[in-house]
Design a protein around this ligand. Structure first.
Ligand code: PEP
Ligand code: MN
Length: 338
């Protein structure tokens, strides 16, 4: 349940509320808003007298949360979460954040070139996988630690923050040293040990929707991270598997509009994996902005024909630059700034 405190609550009253809830066996997650503190209290509500809680001094309202996800739910934080990636760069507010770069870091030259293209076109964040989850064990698995070094060099050269995927728990510390945003890939959406581990960090996490995950399962995965105390979760819709095989995945834009009502967390859309086809990326990127996305994740490669992974869905530099130009008026209509 959610305990909404009064705007003018005194320190003593607040402490008394926290003490009472703790005595009742609740785990507390204070959410400090602009105007007041809201306490997310996770535990068994059936055992308590809601009326007596509501009458404690300093309590304005006690709201039960009906969804199985509690901390991720919109009730917990009606105004929506804004995550500061670095000063001046925030997701979840007016700014539309563009994360772009190659599927995989392939070489120093390839990454630096891609990073420069992203920066020059006005992208905000550099993406690139150092650890790649590949269907075949014989496919390129990523440059791993060397890839992380190239990512940190590209960040130093361009000034762009970096989002990169952690595939396995033992690599988490290494990835966290470099990543401004840690990506949990679709295949790991329900790797609960990994979710809990990134939940113990204080670093933004980009949580991709699982290959065949329902919206509820996706939000429950976010709940794992939030319940460990990390409130910087960004959701990413990247397409789901359906009966349709004409596209690589079915980009579920209705889920984006839906999740914005169910949850306060920012949502990013990945039209590259969502379609699997470069020609469809610009249209779906624009549609995503109109559906309420707070950002886009787009694969860009200096030479897609030579990419070691996901070349078919990667934009080349001129296509990405054109997309950025085309996005500007769309963002404006959607009330966003690019
Ligand atoms: C990726 O971003 O390159 C990736 C592997 O994505 P997903 O986990 O969505 O398949
Ligand atoms: Mn990819």
């Amino acid at each position: 349940m959610i305990i909404v405190t009064r705007k003018d609550i005194s320190k003593e009253d607040y402490v008394r509320i926290e003490r009472r809830l703790t005595e009742l066996g609740f785990k507390l997650h204070p959410i400090v808003g602009v105007e007041r503190i809201v306490i997310g209290a996770i535990g068994d509500r059936r055992t308590i007298d809601v009326q007596s809680l509501a009458s404690l001094p300093g309590v304005e309202q006690v709201i039960p949360i009906l969804h199985p996800y509690k901390l991720a739910s919109r009730e917990a934080k009606p105004e929506g979460t804004r995550i500061l990636i670095r000063p001046g760069l925030e997701i979840g507010g007016r700014q539309l954040l563009i994360m772009a770069g190659p599927c995989a870091v392939e070489s120093r030259e390839q990454l630096l070139e891609a990073a420069q293209v992203v920066a020059a076109a006005g992208g905000d964040i550099l993406r690139g996988g150092a650890y790649k989850p590949r269907t075949s064990p014989y496919s390129f698995q990523g440059l791993q630690e060397e890839g992380l070094r190239f990512l940190s060099e590209a960040r130093a050269v361009t000034g762009l923050p970096v989002v990169t995927e952690v595939l396995n728990l033992p690599d988490l510390d290494r990835v966290a040293e470099v990543a401004d945003i840690i990506q949990i890939g679709a295949r790991n959406m329900q790797n609960f040990g990994l979710l809990r581990a990134v939940g113990r960090l204080r670093r933004p996490v980009l949580l991709k929707r699982g290959l065949a995950a329902t919206v509820e399962e996706w939000l429950m995965a976010a709940e794992y991270i939030l319940s460990e105390g990390n409130d910087q979760v960004i959701l990413c819709e990247r397409g789901i598997r359906t009966f349709e095989t004409a596209t690589r995945n079915t980009l579920d834009l209705s889920a984006v509009a839906l999740v914005k009502t169910l949850s306060h967390l920012p949502v990013v859309v990945d039209p590259s994996h969502g379609t699997g086809r470069r020609a469809l990326v610009p249209a779906m990127a624009k549609a995503a902005v109109m559906a309420g996305a707070d950002g886009l994740l787009i694969e860009v490669h200096p030479n897609p024909a030579e990419a070691l992974s996901d070349g078919e869905q990667s934009l080349d530099p001129s296509q990405f630059t054109r997309l950025m130009e085309e996005l500007a008026p769309v963002a404006e209509v959607a009330g966003r700034s690019l």
